[in-house]
Design a protein around this ligand. Structure first.
Ligand code: SF4
Length: 416
């Protein structure tokens, strides 16, 4: 280890200079943990001198778990005609949106499987209904995978698909489905999914059309350290061209109830090092979000000392990652306390990271006790409000009736 070289690179990055991928790999694998964290925190302090750490109140609503893409890491999806496949009716989706609004949510994340019948028309119908009924809700939804899928189903180009769903109400695109962008690890975990390059292509088109997004990364499915850095490089290069990524959000693979299984191969330390490295590497992305849902609240709080300025959503509902074993839960008061006890100032934000409520002093921390994560779960979703095996929103064609359940796939679900 060349301590002098590492020190020079850390100093340059802390001062806001750019580091190249080789330097990033060196820092990620060799830099002393505390020095790495200190440099990342210096960047965070310069970017956010007010000491504010933001959070969001939103609800992730899944409209269907039916999916033809069968990602190996996914514990949420069911293949078409599976007895456990479901699609929510539009009424049920709107009911869930209304419940979220009542609890103070400002954003809804509508996501689902690649249903074989859901083309652009389905999403136009869905988004326009949500926009019409709850105009205050920001629709930060889908991901490049869904955009590609709907364009294919409707036989239109990506640009047309994005223009149409934006006109129907979509505000911004979630960074979902990035998983690992480099080809080798992506093929290993999601052989039927679009390539990493296609994921980037969709984001580039969206950004050029004025639809901004976030970017994510799923760690721990067997990728190498070099592939993790390559994932960051691909996102940074696109950001240099478009400036459309608002935030970077790394999270850790959850290994239950999917075909990939295995232990999570990303330790807390690896995650925290990546968080710090990301803050140093992304000199062109404003925000860095930690995933308390997948890493736990302790690690989430620690990340606040390693460059993170946002703890993401309270997630009134989350089914996808939870289906794969993420069991961490939180209440709004607890999330705010995590930020406060890390000696930061909590602030509720909107999707564009504008502050809605700054808890300047501890006496401002009092929160609505009804606002807790996971007010519903995957299991609860299999109730009467679910339309088994049918396309329930106008624009989706009828799905084939439920058929035999292959024993192997009966354990499956989705992760995004
Ligand atoms: S991650 Fe998304 S695309 Fe992949 S199987 Fe799950 S629902 Fe389908």
């Amino acid at each position: 280890m060349d301590k002098r070289l590492i020190g020079e690179i850390l100093q340059r990055a802390a001062d806001g200079g750019r580091i190249d991928p080789d330097e990033a790999l060196l820092l990620y694998t060799e830099a002393p943990f505390h020095a790495l964290g200190e440099a990342a925190d210096a960047v965070r302090r310069r970017r956010f001198p007010d000491g504010i750490v933001t959070y969001l109140i939103d609800r992730n609503i899944n409209y269907t778990n039916v999916c033809v893409t069968a990602c190996r890491f996914c514990a949420f999806y069911r293949p078409p005609r599976h007895a456990e496949g479901w699609s929510h009716s539009l009424d049920e989706i709107l009911r869930r949106c209304g419940e979220a609004v009542d609890l103070g949510a400002t954003q809804v994340m509508l996501q689902g499987g690649h249903h074989p019948d859901y083309g652009v028309e389905y999403y136009e119908s869905l988004f326009s209904a949500v926009r019409r009924t709850y105009p205050s809700l920001t629709i930060h939804s889908l991901g490049p995978s869904e955009v590609l899928h709907m364009a294919k189903v409707s036989d239109v180009g990506i640009e047309e698909a994005i223009r149409r769903i934006r006109a129907a109400g979509l505000d911004s695109i979630a960074g979902a489905g990035a998983e690992m962008l480099p080809e080798r690890p992506r093929r290993a975990i999601a052989p039927l999914k679009e390539s990493g390059q296609r994921w980037l292509d969709v984001m580039e088109i969206a950004h050029r059309l004025g639809v901004e997004s976030t970017a994510t990364m799923m760690m721990g499915t067997g990728e190498t350290n070099a592939e993790r850095i390559e994932h960051l490089r691909l996102i940074r290069d696109l950001q240099d061209r478009t400036g459309g990524f608002r935030a970077f959000i790394p999270w850790t693979y959850q290994p239950e109830h999917n075909h990939l299984k295995g232990r999570t191969q990303c330790t807390s330390l690896e995650y925290l090092r990546l968080v710090a490295l990301a803050r140093l590497f992304f000199d062109n992305v404003a925000h860095l979000q930690a995933s308390w849902l997948t890493t736990g609240k302790d690690v989430g709080q620690l990340s606040l000392h390693l460059g993170v300025d946002d703890l993401g959503s309270i997630m009134l509902e989350e089914n996808v990652i939870s289906a794969a074993g993420a069991r961490h839960r939180s209440g709004l008061g607890e999330l705010v306390a995590m930020i406060r006890s890390a000696d930061r100032i909590p602030a509720q934000r909107d999707t564009q990271y504008r502050h809605l409520k700054v808890h300047q002093f501890a006496q401002d921390d009092c929160c609505d006790e009804r606002v807790v994560s996971h007010i519903s779960s995957t299991t609860a979703m299999r109730g009467s409000a679910v339309t088994q095996g049918s396309a329930a929103v106008r624009g989706g064609r009828a799905t084939a009736p439920a058929g035999e359940v292959p024993a192997k796939t009966a354990q499956m679900g989705e992760v995004r």
